[in-house]
Design a protein around this ligand. Structure first.
Ligand code: ZN
Length: 217
């Protein structure tokens, strides 16, 4: 029977046999979670800009981040039309979760321990994300997926799972705020000497340098 054993596919498959993600999963989690926190722009200014101004905006954002498929996004938007009050409640919870994550990022950037209220809110969202999921085999490995694909809360669970992985990873310690006075976006500083200052050099870096140059004149 050794011939049969040879033809039987190994499971779990070796990583090299699987379709590898183009970037480490940890980076993807951090990018998504910080992109979620960054849906409120211009935090240091008197007029921050809210991107998550409707449930549909939340779903559109999740679609852009590849947290849900185009088909799922359409179904979720349809569900939201049928249950507007529930959708509004989910949106409020999403913003609450986002602000707790913002509190965590601010604490890390300032080098202090996050508050108990921040950790409690994040913990509740993580618990919901795992309570509403199940394990499935996927491309030779296991994957944790949402148990109800069309539940209005699903977007929260998807962000929650990514946040759950990020908050216990060493990358969390590298979260920094953009140094531009009007930005307030978060990024992960992956530079060796921890010297990155801008969310985006071409946008915030150059703009801030120009502003400082003008101020000196
Ligand atoms: Zn910036």
């Amino acid at each position: 029977m050794p011939e049969m054993a040879k033809t039987k596919a190994a499971w779990p498959a070796e990583a090299s046999a699987r379709r590898r993600p183009p970037v480490p999963a940890e980076s993807v989690d951090a990018d998504r979670v910080l992109a979620f926190v960054n849906t409120l722009s211009g935090r240091p200014t008197s007029a921050p800009v809210e991107r998550l101004d409707s449930y549909d905006a939340l779903v559109t954002w999740a679609r852009e981040q590849h947290l849900v498929s185009a088909a799922a996004a359409e179904r979720l938007a349809g569900e939201a039309k049928k249950h507007p009050h529930q959708a509004a409640a989910v949106l409020a919870r999403a913003r609450n979760f986002r602000e707790a994550l913002n509190g965590l990022a601010a604490a890390i950037d300032a080098g202090r321990q996050p508050g108990a209220d921040v950790l409690e809110t994040i913990g509740e969202c993580l618990a919901a994300a795992y309570a509403n999921g199940r394990l499935v085999p996927h491309e030779g490995a296991l994957q944790w997926v949402a148990s109800a694909e069309d539940d209005l809360e699903r977007v929260l669970w998807e962000v929650g799972r990514a946040a759950g992985r990020l908050v216990i990873s060493p990358r969390l310690a590298r979260v920094r705020a953009c140094a531009a006075s009007d930005c307030g976006w978060w990024f992960v500083d992956d530079t060796k000497n921890h010297s990155r200052r801008w969310c985006d050099m071409t946008l915030c870096g150059n703009r801030e340098k120009l502003r400082r140059f003008r101020a000196r004149k």
